[in-house]
Each structure stands twice: as structure tokens, then as C-alpha cells.
Design a protein around this ligand. Structure first.
Ligand SMILES: C[S@@+](CC[C@H](N)C(=O)[O-])C[C@H]1O[C@@H](n2cnc3c(N)ncnc32)[C@H](O)[C@@H]1O
Length: 271
């Protein structure tokens, strides 16, 4: 597996991730995970694979100044962007550059671990889940979001399929890898094997307003591991990809506004 399948972005792409992807897609789903996990004021929260910190920031608003939130990501560029953003109510969030297999938290020190759209990228899934289990209290919980199959996500499906056809599957995998863990039986087995006592899984649909796709698609690509392959393609090919994606998703445009459904599993496990 290459770094492009573990969602490793350089500093400029991490900044684009925050300005392009977080407001449109990842932010609303991070909020949905925090809501699904029913965080309470005063809770101590860890966000594993926090990226630029969307879930951590939503959590900080909910747990307030009596709670504590820490975000962990292996990618120093993501953490640098997270750290640069303003505090959002409550105490400042702690940010750590660390592997999911070596969480910088004491045993049983957290009420909840959030893991938003990250488990699919972890090479060492069982050791990472064991770490999440180690750091939550005996009554603690772990909340995970994972996309449902790409075919249920028309925007991602169309983009990946079009990039694969015009540029190549080795470029498309940079986004397709986000759909490496979508099967409910496989997810359940993974969490069951990790020893969680109770595993509740639901599917969340968010109908997300999107900017005009001819403008959004190239900016989105630059915020993903597909950027290198896309930038190496000819300008004509790049334009064809953008035009085709926009045309194929035209069914989601009404009165000049684009709104596209996205689907994710929301999973809550108890220790
Ligand atoms: C798609 S991003 C999701 C980020 C964030 N949770 C969100 O919802 O916006 C996946 C993140 O997982 C991180 N990641 C990948 N492998 C990791 C590992 N072994 N340990 C910690 N973080 C990891 C990546 O650096 C990236 O920031």
C-alpha cells in the first residue's frame, strides 16, 4: 500500500483540505458523528486521525470548558493546519502528531474516542482499535464513521470513475481508498474481534449543498491524494474530467443550486 492510500497530504494540500473539503463534506459528517455519539458537557474526548480537526472542533463546542478535547494525526501538515485555526469555545484543543497505534493518552483517561473517516486508512487496524480501547474508561465508547459503498455516493462514484477512465486507476485510487472499508459484516467483525461489548451501526444520509461542480471539482481534486496524477494529465484531459463529472451529476442541480446525497456508516462501540 502506498502513502496515497493512507491519505497523506503535504502542507498546501492540508490547507486545501481545510478550505475545500471540510466546509462542504467532511465537516458536516464530523458534526453528524459528534451528534450520533451523543457527547455530553464535561466529557474528555480524543479524535484519532483528526486531520485538520473537524470532529475535534465540533466536540469542543459540545463538551464545553469543563470538558477536554485532543486531536491526534500522523500527518504533521494536517496538525499544523488544525493548530492554526481559532479556538471554538471551551478550552483550547490539544493537538498531537502521533500514530493511531501509539496514542498519547493514559490508560482509561477518555470518555470517548472519535474516529471520523480514518479507520479505512489505518494499516494496523487491530493494534489501533486496541489503543482506542485502552485509552477509554471502562464505561467509555468509540465512535467511528466510514463511508458506505462508493456506488451509494454519487459524487465520489462519478469523480473516481471519471478520473480512472481518463487519467488512470492509479490516480483514482487516491480517492477510492476512502471506500476500502464499507462492508457492514467486515466492519462488524473488525470491531467484534477488537473486543467491543456493544456495536451499534446506523447509516447517515446528508444531502449536502455543493458549490458549482465545474468550479468545485478541480479544487477538490487538489485537496486529495489524486492531485499529483491529475496535475500530470494534459489540460484538455483535466477539463474533460471536470466537464464530464459536472454533466453526469446534472440531475442534482435545480434552480441553479446543486445538492447531492452522501452516505456514511455511523458506528458506536462500547468498551
Ligand atoms: C480522510 S482524513 C479524515 C480526517 C478527519 N477525521 C476528518 O473527518 O476530516 C484521514 C486522516 O487519517 C490520518 N491517518 C492515516 N493513517 C494514520 C495513522 N496511522 N495514525 C493516525 N492518523 C492517520 C491521515 O493523516 C488523515 O488526516
Amino acid at each position: 500500500m502506498t502513502a496515497s492510500t493512507q491519505w497523506q497530504l503535504a502542507q498546501d494540500a492540508a490547507e486545501r483540505y481545510q478550505t475545500v473539503l471540510t466546509p462542504t463534506i467532511l465537516g458536516p459528517f464530523a458534526q453528524a458523528l459528534v451528534d450520533f455519539a451523543e457527547l455530553q458537557a464535561g466529557e474528555h474526548v480524543g479524535d484519532v486521525g483528526c486531520g485538520t480537526g473537524a470532529a475535534a472542533r465540533h466536540a469542543a463546542k459540545t463538551v464545553g470548558s469543563v470538558g477536554q478535547v485532543a486531536g491526534v494525526d500522523v500527518n504533521a501538515s494536517m496538525i499544523a493546519v488544525a493548530r492554526s485555526l481559532p479556538t471554538v469555545g471551551g478550552d483550547p484543543i490539544e493537538w498531537h502528531v502521533a500514530q493511531a497505534t501509539e496514542l498519547p493518552f493514559a490508560d482509561q483517561s477518555l470518555d470517548i474516542v472519535l474516529c471520523a473517516q480514518t479507520l479505512q486508512f489505518l494499516l494496523e487496524k487491530q493494534p489501533s482499535l486496541a489503543e482506542m480501547k485502552r485509552v477509554v474508561k471502562s464505561s467509555g465508547r468509540v465512535a467511528v464513521s466510514l463511508w458506505t459503498p462508493i456506488e451509494d455516493n454519487p459524487y465520489f462514484y462519478t469523480l473516481v470513475e471519471t478520473v480512472a477512465r481518463h487519467i488512470g486507476p492509479e490516480t483514482a485510487v487516491g480517492l477510492k481508498s476512502a471506500f476500502a472499508l464499507t462492508n457492514t459484516d467486515e466492519i462488524y467483525s473488525l470491531l467484534d474481534e477488537a473486543g467491543f461489548a456493544q456495536i451499534d451501526m446506523q447509516m447517515a444520509q446528508l444531502d449536502l449543498p455543493m458549490p458549482a461542480l465545474t468550479e468545485f471539482v478541480p479544487r477538490h481534486i487538489q485537496a486529495t491524494p489524486m492531485a499529483n496524477g491529475f496535475n500530470q494529465a494534459s489540460k484538455a484531459t483535466q477539463q474533460t474530467v471536470v466537464q464530464e463529472v459536472a454533466e453526469k451529476l446534472n440531475a442534482y442541480v435545480a434552480n441553479g443550486r446543486t445538492q447531492i446525497p452522501f452516505h456514511s456508516h455511523m458506528i458506536l462501540c462500547r468498551k
